[in-house]
Ligand binder design. Structure first.
Ligand code: UT7
Length: 341
């Protein structure tokens, strides 16, 4: 039996930020051999946000992080864990600069590389740090400027990805508090790393011999995504002591609305329990889950609701988290950067 008084990491603040520039399917179709109809019917995406040349992943992360801290009542944190595939530089990590820009002092800050599973990985790691007693308050950020690694001539990736950032504050609390993270599941399969990759720019291949752009085998990835998100969600539901029927909301990585529907169908969960704003943000990689959470916080979730977060991405990587929804002010939460009363 679960004790309701044990230590747990508790969600106390959430923030999202997307660049102001909207790029519609029609605009993409004017540049590539695709159409609004194809993109929307195959992915559920109508438009995405794209950052300008002067705005980096770190800049997006700072804005989302500031909102999450404000939603959590202000104050500092002991640690930043930042998930990204598009760091400001190959070296150093982006998180220390984000800590500095947010005025958080000389705290530890590091990046996590798990592509589209990055935010769930970072949340799981931050939860473990808090459970161990090492840290009391952690800022977790998922931020990506995917437009910086997309091949502008590739119609299989350009219509899908967008830029954005989302952040959450986790604090030490008790397992019975609304907002408590109750179970974490993380996994990987490096044997399938070629399905999603940037072939050059690391230590294995130079940009002179391989593409520096992001590549994805969409069809193979699609099947893997449904299988792993389903399996991992089942793990955390069982570990939290819930049944599938108990789950109020599923917040899945927003790769494709058909993948999210496939996960819900596979688990016999009503599609009405899916929370997504993929239509207006596209696939924002590490920012995807916190941006969907921002959307759900405004439009759907109530205090005490039972949520499953589930993600899948390059690596391959996947992960899920079971949590209860906290009491949280609705302001600072909108994914469209608008205050919500
Ligand atoms: O976020 C990390 C994890 N990522 C994912 O989980 C992504 C998973 N994959 C997907 O979401 C989907 O596979 C895609 C959205 C990438 C592609 O959708 P699909 O339904 O799997 O399409 P497909 O690749 O099977 O292509 C179907 C057809 C092909 O034509 P033929 O061979 O049937 O004649 C493609 O050439 O659609 C064609 N096609 C396009 N047509 C218009 C591919 N891309 C486009 C396009 N516009 N942009």
């Amino acid at each position: 039996m679960r004790r309701d008084t044990g230590r747990a990491a508790v969600l106390t603040g959430l923030g999202g930020y997307v660049p102001e520039t909207v790029v519609s399917n029609r605009e993409i179709s004017s540049l590539l051999d695709t159409s609004d109809e194809w993109i929307f019917s195959r992915t559920g995406i109508r438009e995405r946000r794209v950052a300008d040349a002067d705005t980096s992943t770190g800049d997006l992360a700072v804005r989302a992080g500031a909102r999450a801290l404000e939603a959590a009542g202000g104050g500092g944190v002991d640690l930043i864990v930042l998930a990204t595939t598009t760091p400001d530089y190959p070296c150093p990590a982006t998180a220390p600069w984000v800590a500095d820009a947010l005025g958080l002092g000389p705290i530890p800050a590091y990046d996590v590389a798990a592509v589209c599973s990055g935010f769930v990985y970072a949340l799981g790691i931050a939860s473990a740090h808090i459970m161990s007693g090492q840290f009391e308050r952690v800022l977790v950020i998922g931020a990506d400027k995917f437009s910086s690694i997309l091949d502008p001539s590739d119609r299989t990736t350009m219509p899908i990805f967008g830029d954005g950032a989302g952040a959450a504050v986790l604090e030490a609390g008790s397992i019975g508090s609304p907002g408590a993270l109750l179970a974490v599941d993380l996994g990987s399969d490096g044997g399938n790393r070629r399905l999603i990759s940037v072939p050059s720019g690391g230590s294995r291949r130079s940009p002179a011999t391989s593409s520096r752009y992001f590549t994805m085998d969409g069809k193979a990835t699609y099947k893997q995504a449904i299988a792993h998100m389903t399996g991992s969600s089942r793990q955390v539901i069982a570990r939290a002591g819930w049944t599938v029927e108990d789950v109020d909301w599923v917040v899945g990585h927003q790769a494709n609305i058909r993948i999210l529907q496939g996960v819900a169908d596979e688990m016999s969960i009503s599609r009405d329990k899916l929370v997504s704003n993929i239509d207006v943000v596209g696939n924002t990689s590490a920012a995807s889950i916190p941006l969907a959470m921002c959307h759900g916080a405004v439009d759907a979730f109530g205090s005490g609701d039972l949520l499953v977060l589930t993600a899948f991405g390059g690596g391959l990587t996947w992960g899920s988290i079971a949590l209860t929804w906290p009491k949280m002010a609705a302001s600072y939460l909108s994914h469209t950067n608008r205050e919500v009363a």
